[in-house]
Design a binder for this molecule. Structure first.
Ligand SMILES: NC(=O)c1ccc[n+]([C@@H]2O[C@H](COP(=O)([O-])OP(=O)(O)OC[C@H]3O[C@@H](n4cnc5c(N)ncnc54)[C@H](OP(=O)(O)O)[C@@H]3O)[C@@H](O)[C@H]2O)c1
Length: 233
């Protein structure tokens, strides 16, 4: 039986050599203002925005709607003024000082697994509006997405990385669309993160397959959209 879940989009900015950050993994903004506006426009179509714990730790990201213009767009589109914000942190290692917890524009939901020690769970419960324990060793993302749709009316979910979370979603066949901005830089570094890290697909037969549905060159950046083909079998 197919699990009912939100439509899932991933949006990432990538260097021409396929990296999403330097090897030190601290946040570096290498996309243009247009790329940032593109990100906020996509957010304005989503009920919720989701990130992995290391993305939330690596930068002062608040994951909010991005200002009055985008809030108005959301309202015109029949969405709440602000999107829900979701942090995936299986072991509960997310930094309690992260900016996302200090900004209180909309509920923050932490998806965790039963690996989280009790004391850490209690701390997270004080920080976030909701902590959902879902899965034993990892967050059972399919189950969590179904729960988000049922309990929080999330019909359209934008994932903004990083590579670990993206790969897990792709591995599980939970991604419908990929928005990728290819930026005119080479970052290099064998340990620099990419749009999909994790363990990788063992064979090409298991890889996620894409169809290019849109491409737009603005300056030296290429804005692309890819449909993720459903896994067969
Ligand atoms: N260029 C861009 O568009 C862009 C966008 C986003 C991020 N970034 C960069 O990407 C880097 C961060 O990416 P990353 O790949 O290192 O980390 P990430 O995907 O942001 O976060 C990884 C963490 O998320 C949790 N997680 C992910 N999937 C899980 C699952 N199925 N079950 C349980 N927990 C799960 C785990 O947290 P626990 O350890 O707590 O279990 C894991 O350690 C940073 O350098 C950031 O600046 C770039």
């Amino acid at each position: 039986m197919k699990t009912i879940r939100p439509f899932v989009l991933i949006n990432m900015a990538m260097s021409a050599d396929g990296k999403i950050a330097p090897a030190h993994r601290r946040f570096v903004s290498f996309g243009s203002r247009r790329d940032h506006a593109n990100l906020l426009s996509l957010r304005a179509t989503a009920d919720a925005v989701m990130c992995g714990a290391r993305t939330v730790d690596s930068a002062p990201v608040t994951l909010d709607a991005g200002g009055p213009e985008y809030e108005r767009r959301r309202l015109r589109g029949g969405l709440a003024r602000q999107n829900l914000r979701i942090v995936v942190s299986g072991s509960g290692s997310v930094d309690p000082e992260a900016a996302v917890f200090r900004n209180q524009v909309s509920p923050v939901i932490v998806l965790a697994s039963s690996q989280v020690p009790k004391s850490r769970l209690a701390k997270l419960e004080r920080l976030a509006d909701c902590v959902k324990v879902c899965g034993k060793n990892k967050v059972a993302l399919g189950q969590a997405l179904g729960w988000l749709q049922r309990e929080w009316a999330v019909n359209r979910l934008l994932c903004e990385g990083g590579g670990e979370l993206n790969f897990e979603l792709l591995r599980l066949g939970l991604v419908d669309e990929l928005h990728l901005t290819i930026c005119p830089r080479i970052i290099g570094g064998r340990d620099a993160p990419t749009i999909a890290d994790g363990d990788g697909f063992a064979t090409l037969a298991k890889a996620a397959n894409l169809e290019l549905t849109r491409r737009l060159r603005l300056g030296d950046e290429l804005f692309t959209t890819w449909r993720v083909k459903p896994k067969s079998g």
